[in-house]
Design a protein around this ligand. Structure first.
Ligand SMILES: [Fe+2]
Ligand SMILES: [Fe+2]
Length: 254
């Protein structure tokens, strides 16, 4: 059987170029092209560690699984799943040559549509779960805290910091988060949410800030992601505990 890896690579290279072009004018740095590239990287790391087992579980050739996961990672933050469908329309012949079927692609479209749900509807779709694990990769550590606070307008940073700058930036915002009761409540809310991305818990109630409602957040699916993100998850947990402690102390002093 011919080695399909170079052909898979060629398609992914073309698609990644198209995606990068589409993101050129994107101003939301939390979900910009650097985020997408980083999700691609996390997807690869997860497959490096867990790929054999996952391919077996999916009943899929390893190289096809690698291809589909990377494809989803590149496409997951386009405006919608429909944009992803449109883009892939031009690659029909390549997919035929690679024996990537419509069913395979449907797994990807479901993954793209559901990647940001607290618990995806199609929990048994392994591609959905691996994409979600990869997408959560930036959600931990100083970067994760900065990103979720920025995204929810609790702090403001005009552009995406360099990797080495997240800690310093976070520590600059920290006194404001601990000492301002409203910011603190909001920060507790969102840091709880991202820390639940690791081991599961409750999702946000969309109606009331601070309410943790009915939607469950599913924990990370792969052992690989748990391993890769653990240190940074513990950082989030540490600051979350500090915020909660500050809140308790203040309530206690009333
Ligand atoms: Fe997303
Ligand atoms: Fe994303």
């Amino acid at each position: 059987m011919a080695d399909k890896t170079p052909s898979y690579r060629k398609v992914l290279d073309q698609i990644s170029h198209e995606v990068q072009e589409k993101f050129q004018n994107n101003r939301d740095w939390v979900h910009g092209i650097l985020h997408v590239k980083s999700v691609v990287g996390y997807g690869r790391q997860i497959l490096d560690l867990d790929g054999e087992r996952l391919a077996l579980k999916a009943g899929m050739e390893r190289e096809k699984l690698d291809f589909l996961v990377e494809l989803c990672c590149w496409l997951h933050d386009l405006e919608s799943e429909i944009s992803a469908r449109k883009m892939l329309g031009d690659y029909r012949e390549d997919f035929e040559d690679l024996e990537v079927t419509m069913d395979d692609l449907e797994l990807c479209f479901t993954a793209i549509a559901e990647h940001n749900q607290p618990t995806p509807k199609h929990k048994n779709n392994l591609i959905v779960r691996v994409l979600q694990d990869a997408d959560r990769g930036e959600g931990f550590g100083y970067q994760g805290m900065i990103s979720v606070l920025q995204y929810n307008k609790i702090i403001r940073l005009a552009s995406r910091p360099k990797a080495a700058e997240y800690k310093e930036k976070f520590l600059k915002f920290w006194p404001g988060l601990v000492n301002n009761p409203l910011k603190r409540t909001k920060a507790i809310h969102w840091l709880t949410y991202i820390s639940n991305w690791y081991g599961g818990g409750f999702a946000l109630s969309s109606t009331k800030l601070g309410g943790f409602g009915k939607d469950k957040v599913c924990p990370l699916y792969t052992d690989a992601a748990r391993k890769i993100y653990k240190k940074r998850y513990l950082i989030v947990k540490k600051y979350l505990q500090k915020l909660k402690k500050a809140e308790e102390n203040e309530l206690g002093s009333d």
